[in-house]
Design a protein around this ligand. Structure first.
Ligand code: HAM
Length: 460
């Protein structure tokens, strides 16, 4: 076989770990994004769009050199100028970079930003875990108080409630700060020293670089039941902060499950961290949602069920060259959130609006029918009502055009025949009711606006 015929016989497929979003799926994505946009707006967040790739060094400095993402999950490349770049594995680093670069701290004493976009991680693909996936995230700069933590958590909870997902758990912990975390780290390492011979390869490596991740290890985590947890080491300020967050949440009707072993896969967090999970995706969470205390959550449970995660990162802005501004944020995985909605059967029906089909009968009517098609498609009032218009199969027999309209699930059909053309009329047919009437051509738009109520065409 020649090289050319081998090349020609290759069947192209989406790259492993990536996936196409076909129109039915994009409709669900759009609904989720619309809900998030509306709600984030109510909480005072404004949209930011940052590039999908950044300087590699930005991710090293912000996510942490020893995190799984930086060590083995980034798509790194060199551009033509020899610059080392990476596809963004998450959104926070880029947003913080933009916050610093555009001096947003000076122009916005309270700066609340949200973003929607694809992220890239070279993880082992499996159900709900992709190499390119979508996140909806929010970052809140300039508020060091527990009110901000509680507000962010409540925003996330309100979003999941608005989406109709009730089977959701909000795990909450505090990772302490520069005062208490080093003390905890020492205690943890001392404890682990005795366990070292039994630790898995990854954990032996983590012990020196990032011992907190051992709590999260699928192999060693569940086995080491007596590992000390951070809450016994919180300094006074961190304890007060955490207590205030939980008490604000309780007062405002928020939920949380205190999870002292909750750590995150990113190094930038200080104090509050949280994770949103659900058992709808098949994860077996411990049956302790009623209590405020949770024992062990294995990594497997978390990775399968983690819909969203976030927390406070008070030192990150300064760490990557900006002013000393506290911040916090979260991101949800769109695919996982939509999978959970689907599993819980609460996914709203995807609506494509109302379709009107334009048909013609007879060759002389084609230019007039085509003109009509364009007139309807360019009418802003119909556009606002999400009324879409299909046509352009005028060379087919009328019966075949009507069959096509039916297959497309069109609600109405507008027929331009020879007689209609001569009299300045059109035939208006309701495909659901199988009724039809003649109306003057120039009244067509007002007729459509009358028969299709404003809310009928609008996507929820
Ligand atoms: P993260 O926990 O790495 O946090 O990711 C947030 C969410 O993105 C996860 O809970 C999950 O739903 C989704 N996700 C992550 N990896 C994948 C994947 N490979 N396939 C599908 N979905 C995935 C962050 O990214 C932080 N930037 C969140 C944050 C914002 N913290 C502060 N501000």
């Amino acid at each position: 076989m020649s090289y050319n015929s081998i090349v020609m016989s290759v069947k192209f497929q989406a790259v492993r770990g990536t996936h196409d979003l076909l129109p039915d799926q994009t409709a669900h994505f759009q609904q989720l994004e619309a809900r998030a946009r509306a709600l984030f707006g109510q909480f005072g967040f404004h949209e930011i769009r940052t590039p999908t790739f950044e300087a590699l060094e930005l991710f090293h400095r912000s996510l942490g050199e020893t995190t799984d993402i930086v060590e083995k999950e980034m798509y790194v490349f060199e551009d033509r100028g020899g610059r080392k770049l990476a596809l963004r594995p998450e959104g926070t680093a880029g947003v913080v970079r933009a916050f610093i670069e555009h001096h947003l701290a000076q122009t916005n004493p309270v700066c609340k930003l949200f973003y929607i976009g694809p992220m890239f991680r070279a993880e082992r693909p499996q159900a709900g875990r992709y190499r390119e996936f979508w996140q909806i995230g929010a970052e809140y700069f300039g508020n060091p108080y527990p009110e901000a933590d509680a507000e962010l958590l409540l925003m996330v909870q309100t979003l999941y409630r608005a989406l109709g997902l009730t089977d959701v758990q909000f795990k909450l912990n505090s990772l302490g700060d520069a005062t208490c975390r080093p003390v905890y780290r020492r205690a943890l390492t001392d404890y682990l020293e005795a366990e070292k011979p039994g630790l898995c390869e990854d954990c032996v490596r983590r012990m020196a670089k990032n011992p907190f991740r051992i709590l999260d290890c699928k192999i060693d985590g569940p086995r080491l039941k007596n590992l000390p947890t951070i809450d016994s080491f919180w300094c006074g300020d961190c304890r007060i902060h955490f207590k205030a967050v939980t008490s604000l949440l309780e007062k405002a009707g928020g939920q949380y499950v205190f999870t002292p072993r909750l750590v995150r896969g990113l190094d930038y967090y200080t104090r509050t961290v949280f994770e949103v999970s659900t058992s709808s995706l098949g994860a077996q969470d411990p049956p302790s949602s009623a209590s405020k205390e949770e024992g062990l959550a294995s990594k497997q449970e978390r990775s399968q069920g983690a819909l969203a995660a976030g927390g406070r990162y008070d030192t990150l802005v300064k760490q990557i060259g900006g002013p000393d501004v506290p911040a916090l944020g979260f991101a949800l995985g769109s695919e996982r959130t939509l999978d959970a909605l689907k599993a819980a059967k609460t996914q709203p029906a995807a609506s494509r609006g109302v379709l009107v089909f334009v048909a013609a009968q007879g060759e002389e009517t084609v230019p007039a029918a085509f003109q009509l098609l364009q007139e309807l498609r360019s009418n802003p009032q119909l556009g606002e009502r999400h009324i879409s218009v299909e046509g352009g199969f005028f060379q087919k027999k009328l019966g075949a055009q009507l069959t096509l309209a039916d297959r497309l699930d069109a609600r109405y059909c507008v027929i331009m025949g020879q007689d209609e053309l001569e009299k300045g009329e059109i035939t208006f047919r309701s495909l659901k009711e199988s009724t039809q009437t003649r109306i003057p051509r120039q009244k067509l738009i007002s007729h459509l606006l009358d028969v299709i109520p404003a809310e009928a065409g609008i996507q929820p």
